[in-house]
Design a protein around this ligand. Sequence first.
Ligand code: TYD
Length: 132
Amino acid sequence: MIFDAKIIDLPKILDKRGNLSFIEEENHVPFKIERSFWIYDVPGGESRGGHAYKTSEEFIVALSGSFDVVLDDGKEKKTFHLNRSYYGLYVPKMIWREMNNFSTNSLALVLSSTMYDEGDYIRDYNIFRSYK
Ligand code: TYD
């Protein structure tokens, strides 16, 4: 399962006036985008996440700065360091994830395949393991 998580390169239009990248649903991300949110102003040493989704898939981009995304499929853990705005990390459903090591002024954009639904979260690691 963890091997279904992958870095996806985005288009990068180089320009001396400044570079441009973009994301199209079902083209650069393998799902229909139902929701976008972003994480910012993270104090030093804090972590976000610490849960899995039953059905949501996500695509995470470091629009600014850097952070780590630690994925865990119940058997294996893998850490992805995101620090560029021209690629992102695709996270399938049913993967435990944590985001940490946020740099100062980092900005994490998250695209999700579903609307927000607290019922889609698994927030207890032991329950996650039992689902798996
Ligand atoms: P949560 O997903 O638990 O944050 P993180 O995984 O980054 O630690 O969300 C934190 C709070 O924000 C929680 O009370 C639910 C709310 N929330 C929304 O209302 N809509 C959203 O799209 C998201 C992602 C969170």
